[in-house]
Design a protein around this ligand. Structure first.
Ligand SMILES: Nc1ncnc2c1ncn2[C@@H]1O[C@H](COP(=O)(O)OP(=O)(O)OP(=O)(O)O)[C@@H](O)[C@H]1O
Ligand SMILES: [Mg+2]
Length: 382
């Protein structure tokens, strides 16, 4: 079983005035000079999945300038359940609209139709920068396994913001504060449980694999996640023994009102959790690994995520790997291509020269991306 984009058409999307591409289940290599529009095409693909996409950009920013009259990405996606038509539209006033098979749909529904994972050069510094990027990486992985994860995150944030406001504006109504803390604890427990289960799945999916990519052993640094991981024999998103962990967090929030009011924000909770990774074979924390090793650890996690999703859903997710080949030596590049083909994943990869994709041979489609006065062009290359 496979899942892949069969056709994609972009209009007025960043440097692309009108680009259409017909492909098959094989990986796709996009080759072209700097500024040609390769990453823009991957970003357009990421608009077939929920959220702000590969660059985390605002809807209006993606509209082709000058003019900026809105953009559209249309795609036919082959899934184990049959072909689906997705239309994602960025309206000039900054809203995104989604249609699936001709009917308006919630963005969240895209997650099941076109599960997608990505790696970008911006993530190269993931292990050495602040916790926020690592949390986002972990939460995207969690969302890929648990579609409810996004809703839990939103509910948590909303209750937390409201509690912050109440504590700041004081004198706060204790009953209203207690209700918000109960909501934070409930949603936070769901968040933490999904994260803990995600970490367990990513570790398991890596340890079973024979690849050149180093095992990145991950652990979540966060009170609730750690307690859930310790309590759960078999990790799952909703084990019953979470009730006391949720209750302890609720009580801790109630005790922390004075400190949180002084700080202007909640000082405890899963919004402060971090993701720790270790290069297992070397026993070295990811942040101390070499640049290439840090990249390899990320690739290892993304491949593990894809493998686990393939086992769950019967087909590998679509992968967007921006400039992934450039950082790897020839042997690791070949290993990556081998792993992608073994997965049967449609991986969209970019690079500045065709030599980067030589080892793929006939296993991939190749396209040349170029910049012209009329916008980016994409042509199949030999
Ligand atoms: N909203 C927009 N409207 C028009 N052009 C845009 C818009 N946003 C970005 N661009 C242009 O898109 C061009 C191509 O960007 P892109 O990031 O896709 O290049 P690339 O092929 O990935 O290059 P590199 O190899 O350097 O990563 C840039 O020159 C940029 O100026
Ligand atoms: Mg690029």
């Amino acid at each position: 079983m496979t899942r892949f984009v069969r056709r994609i058409a972009l209009s007025q999307f960043r440097s692309h005035a009108a680009t259409a591409l017909d492909v098959d289940a094989r990986p796709v290599a996009l080759v072209g000079p700097n500024g040609a529009g390769k990453t823009n095409l991957l970003e357009a693909l990421s608009m077939l999945s929920p959220g702000r996409g590969l660059r985390g950009a605002a809807v209006a920013e993606m509209a082709r300038a000058p003019g900026a009259l809105g953009w559209r990405v249309r795609a036919t996606v082959e899934t184990p359940e049959g072909a689906r038509e997705i239309v994602s539209t960025g309206e000039p006033e900054g809203r995104r609209r989604v249609e699936i098979d001709g009917k308006p749909a919630a963005q969240g529904a895209l997650g099941a139709v076109a599960p997608m994972l990505w790696l970008t050069p911006a993530m190269d510094r993931l292990w050495i920068e602040g916790a926020e990027g690592r949390r986002r990486f972990l939460d995207r992985a969690a969302l890929s396994f648990f579609p409810d994860h996004g809703a839990a995150a939103l509910a948590y944030e909303k209750a937390m913001r409201e509690r912050n406001r109440l504590l700041r504006d004081g004198p706060a109504d204790p009953a209203w504060l207690a209700a918000l803390e109960a909501r934070m604890a409930e949603a936070g427990g769901a968040l933490a449980a999904a994260r803990a289960a995600t970490a367990a799945r990513l570790n398991a999916a890596q340890s079973g694999a024979k690849t050149l990519f180093p095992l990145a052993e991950i652990a979540i640094v966060g009170d609730m996640e750690q307690r859930i991981a310790a309590a759960a024999g078999t990790p799952s998103a909703h084990p019953p023994e979470h009730a006391d962990i949720v209750e302890d967090f609720r009580a801790a929030l109630a005790r922390a009102r004075r400190e949180d009011a002084a700080a202007g924000r909640a000082l405890i909770g899963p919004h402060r959790s971090d993701l720790a990774a270790t290069h297992a074979a070397k026993g070295v924390p990811a942040r101390l690994c070499s640049t290439g090793e840090q990249k390899a650890l990320l690739i290892s996690l993304v491949l593990a995520n894809a493998r686990a999703l393939a086992a769950d859903t019967g087909a590998a997710p679509i992968l967007l790997l921006d400039e992934v080949a450039a950082h790897l030596d020839a042997e690791r590049r070949a290993a990556l291509f081998g792993a992608l083909c073994a997965l049967g994943a449609q991986a969209w990869m970019t690079g500045t020269g065709p030599e980067l994709f030589e080892a793929l041979g006939a296993r991939a489609r190749r396209f040349a991306v170029a910049e012209t006065a009329a916008g980016s062009t994409v042509r199949e290359a030999a």
